[in-house]
Each structure stands twice: as C-alpha cells, then as structure tokens.
Design a protein around this ligand. Structure first.
Ligand code: PLP
Length: 675
C-alpha cells in the first residue's frame, strides 16, 4: 500500500487499517477512527448507490482548529500584540451543511466568512450569528453594496472590500442614503506575483484591486472628506495553492510595508487581510510543485505574524488584526468521493493467432524446463533461463509461425517475438515499432488484409508486454521502455463523472490522491488509468499521486466477479463541488455527513443526489410533458399492434422509475442491496 503514498498525503486523517482498508481519523489527536469500507458497506446496505461523497465533519473542525492553533502559537511566540482570524471564502464550498459546520465551530474561534457575490452574501448573512464577521470581495453593484451597508446599519460586521475605484464612489453615496458611517477595506495590487496556476491573481496585471497609486489617491480623498477612519482593512491575494513559501513571504512583506505607510499617512486601518493561498499537500511530496507546498501551516502562520510584526515595529505602527481567507486549506481534506469500478479493458492482451501459440501441453513442458534451470549456471540468477537455454526451448516448442503468404513485416514481427531475450529486448522493441509501422502503411494502401493487420498488432503488443516484463527485472529501465506501463495499462471504468466530481482534474490537471478503499493487504498488480462514465474521451484520469511524484498509472487489483471494487478520491472538499458541471447530465452525487462520536461512526445526514428528473428540469424539461410524450408514443404503438397493454404499462412505468432515479449507473449488485 506504500505505493499510494497515503502515509505522506494522509496528514494523520487517512491511513490503512490492519484489515487492509482505509481508516479515517477525523481528529488525529483522539483515539478511534472510521473504517471507510465498513461505512460505505453500511450506506450501500441502506440502499444508497455509489458514487457517494462523504464529508467528515470532524476533519473540517480539525482544520479550523489547526489554523487557529498555529496562528495563536505564532502570536504567543512572537509577542504579537493583536489577533488572528480566518474568514472562510464560501466560494470554496457553499454547501449549507459545510458552511453551517464552519460557522458554528469557527465562531468559537472568532472566525468569519468571505463572500464574493450577492448570493454568497445573502447565504452568509442568513447563516451567521449577529457577530459573525463577513468580508465582501468581488465586483459589486449598488444592490450588493446596499445589502452590506444595511447590515452595517444593523450593527453587523459586513465589510465590503473595494476592488475598483468606482465601488468606493458607490459606497460613499449609498452610505449617505442608508444613513450609516461606512467601514470598508481596499484590495491592493501587489507587485509580487504568486506562481503556479493562479499567478494571474497577483501582480500589476491582476483583474482585481487598486494600484498603490489609486489606494493613495483614495486615502487622500477620504482624509479630505474627513472619512479616513472608514478605511479599515487592507487586503491582497496572490493566488491559490501557493507551493513556495518564498512567494508568500515576499507578498506579506510588500503588503505589510504598504499597510505601515498608509497608516503613517493617516489611514485608520486596523486589519491586514492576507487573502488565500495557503496550500494543501495533495501529493504529500512537501515540495513546491503545483500539487504540493514546501511549508507547513505553522511556518505560514509564523511568517505572516513575524513579517507583519517586524515591518510594523520598524515603522512604529500598531500591529494590525490579521485575517486570512484560507479556503482550500480548511475544506479540501474533509470530503472523499467513493466510487465503484464497473469493468476493465486491457491493452493488447488479445490472444495471439493459433500459429503463434505453443500448444498447451508443450507450454507446460517449457515451464517445467524453465523451473528446472533455476539455480543452474545457465540461468540469469532470477529464475529465468539464459538465452542459450531459451533458444533451445524455442527450438523444441516451435509453433508454426505465420503462413507463408503473410507479408514480410508480419514475419519480421514474428521473428522478433520469438527471438526476444533480455539482452536484445530494446533493439527488438525498436524493430517491432518499425515493422508495425510498415504493416500499417501496407494496410492503408490496401496491401495487407485485415487478418494480417490483426496478427501484426497482437504480435506487437505481445512484444511490448514481454519487453515490459523483462525490463521490470532490470535495475535501471531503458528510457524508451519507461512508457510501456502507461501504454499497456488497463482502463478501469468507474461509476462517476470527472466533470461533476473532480472538475479541476480535467480543467487544470490537478492531482487528487486516488486509491482502493479495501484489499490493501493484497499486492496490486495491474497498471491502470481510470475512465469515467461520461461520453467524453477527456473523462479519464491518467496522472496519479505516485511514490513521491506524479505517475501515469495507478496500481490496482484485478477485479473479482463476486465482489465490488471500490475506489476513493481524496481531498475533493475545496472548489470541486461547485465547479462541477452537468456534462452528460450526470448530477450531484449523494453526499453524506459523518461524525465520529465517542469512537462510534454516526451518519449525521444524507443529502440525496440529483434525480434524473431534477437534472432534466435544469435544462427545461418537465416531468409531466416527458411522461405525456411517452404515453403518446405508447398509445400509437398499441394502435399499430406493436405492443400490448401490459407492455405499454411496463414501458411507462420504467420511464417514470428512471426519472425518479439516480443519474449514475446502478449496478445490479447495488440494486439488490437496495431492494
Ligand atoms: N480570497 C480571494 C480573494 C480569492 O480569490 C481566493 C481564491 O482564489 C481565496 C481567498 C481562497 O484562496 P485559497 O483557497 O487558496 O485559500
């Protein structure tokens, strides 16, 4: 199981049990854990079909506490004279139950919410208690600002952050109308840019924020209007998933300098909001690649606190309240998607033509002969016969080979296949590529019959399989053969939609840890890539968290006919749900909230996924109209004598049942469990 890297990316939350199943420890400091396989079995017993998204409330709470604890430690260690709070950007996961958890646990820590649009603001205001701080980023219209200022009038901390100068004009005008002295922040464009995928969020060319010159001009204007005290918060954001702490450090330093200088120029400022960017180590490599981070939360907290403090001390400015808008780091780990494999297609393992096969009894004899040479001087020390012995065997076991009239490159492939040995395998592999190309050219020109093309392909793949097996035994695999695992990998089809459940895998090649949730004491032997059930060749995953680096295949177990094989995708709690789309009309999956309560696994709530009827309604199909259309079709089929009344009834019933059902495939096993 080490090949899945769970001990690195699991971060104490995920590990492997003695039974070879995935174990979830929502609070790593407490004893007791949830067995993911048993939990899934229980849900299936209740009639819930996979795929299911499982949210571990305890992990969410633990993330909030880790953040609070790390900042508190940094504040204590450095004698920082103010506080820290996180405002959770709800765009990262707006699901009501998730926000509810964050609000109820976060408010104990003084945490708040960040909203970036009117719907998000309305949700945040409704979810929060009166003293829940809410920060409003994003572009705003009059209505948005009016909502925020009305809330201020009610005494709530709802702080709009000015993203462009015209928003400040609006705030000033509407504040007068609402009759409130407004408080607001400004987002500043830093020169420092992040790196990686979201680097455009920072830097001079970023979409959001005011340049330093604009901030200065607005401050002067406010002071002139005797409203300098209204400008309370300075915000920046250099992008999400910042892998390298150096980038964060320089952004914090730059922002702290701006803060201190504004303060000295008369701004009332009391808050410095360092935005998001705190990463998640998806691949567990602790490096600065795009799926990882080369720092810990503690190091991040130390850097924020230390740099802000040193700049403010130097400038003789009081320490601001620190705010971070950490979304990914709070939400990513707490959701896990569990899905079931549906079947496998293997690459190039079609059987060889009969003339290429050793008759069964001869093959058996060859195996015995091969076994006999183990320990002999003639073997290669790994139980494999030497070239001489193998040639001897070949002479003994010789199958017939291709019929005379087959074209030369097919004969070449056959010769390459039969004479391949560990020492000539690379050359043979290259020769086989040339021979196959020749065959394909002949085929396209109409000179190679289909039967010979099939023979050429199966010989070619047989050579590739043999080359891969031989190469696996070498200390160093020749570069040209490295790609064979990918090329020959199986495609495991799983019952999920990549576009709905892990859109970032498709859109930006984001890595998520994936592994089976059971059979983990068994050695997985198949190199696999994953295919989803959308009718889209992009709906596949061929990049995995390997043993410390991205790998093109995932090692999986051979499927068994009598047992489901279930896989989990980890760390999908941030951004994936809301970015997920309805490609092929696969809807939301079921979502289940799970709690570990006194060592006992408790299912807190089950939110059923979309039904077919629901997803159809999103694209303006009404159940009633659909059923009517089917009724009509059935009537005319009866009229024309195609079906009888019983069949008519069954057809309509099947249609209605499918409308009420899950959008994903329902396996008969799941169906049985449900019934
Ligand atoms: N704040 C702002 C303004 C953002 O645009 C984002 C996301 O990109 C975040 C906070 C959340 O960032 P993260 O998920 O990296 O914490």
């Amino acid at each position: 199981a080490a090949m899945y890297g769970i001990e690195r990316w699991g971060d104490g939350y995920f590990s492997i049990s003695e039974e070879g199943t995935v174990r979830v420890s929502p609070d790593p400091n407490q004893t007791g854990a949830i067995d993911l396989k048993s939990l899934v079995d229980r849900l299936v017993d209740r009639g819930l079909e996979l795929p299911i998204l499982i949210r571990f409330n305890g992990i969410l709470r633990d993330r909030l506490h880790r953040l609070a604890d790390c900042f508190q430690k940094a504040i204590d260690d450095h004698d920082y004279a103010s506080q820290y709070r996180c405002v959770f950007p709800i765009k990262v996961n707006q699901q009501r139950e998730v926000v509810q958890q964050i609000v109820s646990e976060g408010s104990k820590l003084g945490f708040g919410i960040e909203a970036g649009s009117k719907p998000e603001l309305l949700a945040a205001v409704a979810m929060g208690t009166l003293d829940l701080p809410i920060i409003c980023n994003g572009f705003k219209d009059e209505e948005f600002i009016r909502l925020a200022l009305h809330a201020q009038r009610l005494g709530r901390t709802v702080m709009p952050v000015v993203e462009k100068v015209s928003e400040l004009d609006l705030i000033l005008r509407i504040a007068e109308e609402v009759g409130v002295r407004p408080t607001f922040g400004m987002r500043v464009k830093l020169a420092t840019r992040g790196s990686g995928r979201w680097q455009a969020s920072g830097g001079y060319r970023s979409k959001f924020g005011l340049t330093v010159a604009e901030v200065l001009a607005q401050l002067d204007r406010l002071i002139e209007m005797e409203m300098g005290d209204c400008f309370q918060l300075l915000h920046f954001h250099v992008g999400s998933q910042i892998g390298n702490i150096r980038q964060l450090k320089s952004a914090i330093l730059e922002a702290a300098r701006i803060y201190a200088d504004l303060k000295k120029r008369g701004a009332a400022l009391g808050y410095l909001d360092v935005g998001g960017g705190l990463g998640v180590d998806y691949d567990g490599s602790q490096s600065d690649n795009e799926s990882s981070m080369n720092y810990t939360i503690q190091e991040y907290a130390n850097d924020v606190v230390y740099h802000v403090q040193s700049v403010c001390d130097e400038a003789d400015v009081p320490h601001p309240q620190l705010i971070s808008e950490s979304g990914r780091a709070v939400a990513a780990q707490h959701s896990v998607l569990v899905m079931e494999t549906l079947g496998v297609t293997s690459q190039g393992q079609a059987s060889l033509p009969s003339w290429a096969r050793v008759p069964a009894e001869q093959e058996q004899a060859a195996k015995v002969a091969e076994a006999a040479v183990v320990g002999d001087d003639n073997n290669l020390g790994d139980g494999r016969p030497s070239e001489e012995v193998r040639r001897q065997q070949l002479r003994n076991d010789e199958p017939d080979g291709p019929p005379e009239h087959f074209e030369k490159p097919v004969h070449d492939l056959w010769e390459q296949y039969r004479l391949m040995t560990p020492s000539n395998m690379l050359e043979t592999f290259h020769d086989a590529q040339v021979a196959l190309d020749l065959c394909m050219n002949l085929f396209s020109g109409g000179y190679l019959p289909l039967e010979q093309r099939v023979a050429a392909e199966s010989l070619y793949f047989a050579i590739c399989h043999r080359a891969r097996d031989l190469a696996a035994q070498l200390d160093e695999i020749p570069e040209d053969l490295c790609d064979l695992n990918r090329m020959l990998s199986d495609i495991y089809f799983a019952n999920f939609s990549l576009f709905q459940s892990m859109p970032d895998s498709w859109a930006i090649d984001q890595l998520f840890p994936i592994m089976p949730i059971h059979r983990l004491l068994e050695r997985p032997t198949r190199h696999a890539v994953l295919g989803d059930i959308t009718c889209d060749s992009d709906g596949k995953i061929d990049s995995f968290v390997g043993d410390g680096h991205r790998t093109p295949t995932l090692m999986l177990h051979p499927l068994r006919s009598d047992e489901p094989y279930q896989l989990a995708v980890f760390m999908v709690g941030a951004y994936q749900e809301i970015l997920g789309d309805l490609h092929n009309l696969f809807g939301d999956t079921h979502a289940v909230h799970v709690e570990l309560d006194g060592g006992v696994t408790k299912i807190r709530s089950i939110v059923k996924g979309d039904t077919v009827s629901e997803v159809l309604s999103y694209v303006q199909y009404e159940d009633r109209e659909l059923v009517e259309a089917i009724q009509e079709a059935v009537e005319s089929a009866i009229d024309s004598g195609r079906i009888n009344h019983q069949q008519a009834g069954r057809t309509v019933a099947a249609y209605e049942q499918a409308l009420a059902g899950y959008t994903y495939l329902t396996s008969s096993r799941q169906g049985n469990a449900a019934s």
